[in-house]
Ligand binder design. Sequence first.
Ligand SMILES: *Cc1c(COP(=O)(O)O)cnc(C)c1O
Length: 357
Amino acid sequence: MERVYNFSAGPAAIAQSVLERARDELVCYPGRGMSVMEMSHRSSMYIEIFDETKALLRQLMHIPDTYEILFLQGGATLQFSAVPLNLTKAGRADYVDSGNFAHLAAQEAMRYTQVRVVASSREDNYDHVPTEFAWNADADYAYITTNNTIYGTRYTSIPDTGAVPLVADASSNILSQPLDITRFGVLFAGAQKNIGPAGLCIVVLRKDLAGFENPLCPKLMSWALQIKNDSMLNTPNTYGIYMAKLGFEWLRDLGGVEAIYEINQRKAALLYDFLDNSRLFKPTARPECRSLMNVTFVTGDKDLDAAFVKYAAERGLVNLKGHRSVGGMRASIYNAMPQAGVEKLVQVMKAFEKENA
Ligand SMILES: *Cc1c(COP(=O)(O)O)cnc(C)c1O
């Protein structure tokens, strides 16, 4: 069977060359006589892979030594709890409510700290990211979601929170565009969108922010303890980290984040240009904050939406159904989606429009 173009929002497509390399090394990692899955996480052969993965991410994101990189489990969602548990000092935090995951993060934080929602686009069904904020200078941290996976919106510039550390959930656009990490106190991302398989969460944090956790913070969620143990307080997701390494190497060989950003802009423009001129399909996110990773659109007719999703699937373009809170369609075009996949999608949309508009 031929591979399809997979527009899933996550777990999402992985570059074919990465999968092929993993296949080639699956049973016998070169020179080691065993699979990466079979290696002890304490063995020097595995530590070598682990250290290389970290170094690659540091290089790709230009992360200075004042920041630590953690490879954790529990997905991005566990960080919704870890953030307030590690950063609460005064007991106040500012949250921007820009989508479903942002909302969930704020809800979770309320269990541990006083949450002040400083901006929200909830009333507009999150069709944009708020850009007017009522930041509080006395907050322990300020929280944003850089890309809203379900609604197809993103921040095109990073809000300025002054001396208050900015915490960001970048699960769905990490490594898709250049990002000045020094603007953030903490940035985290689940791996299953733009990095590799599910089960790994990457946390990049300024070193001086660790060490202030709530005494009841579970050990595994303590950033300070994880830093001290180099993410190996218990067995990490060894294979997921190895897959991330293959993904990072693929991205490096392509020219890094700067190069993929050019490609991502081109890919997204192909879709948005078509949508802006379509007689049938309408984009749902406001133009000024459209995501380069998740492109949401509707026909305005539920049955027609469903018919299109089916029509596309029959042509090898799968997982285009939108999230239930927006309806319609969502094309997730992360780093690993080739331009040819986006071109084919536009072609199929044109054909469907011809038959139905
Ligand atoms: C997918 C996603 C999450 C949830 O990630 P899990 O790894 O399933 O916990 C959180 N935030 C954003 C922005 C996401 O896209």
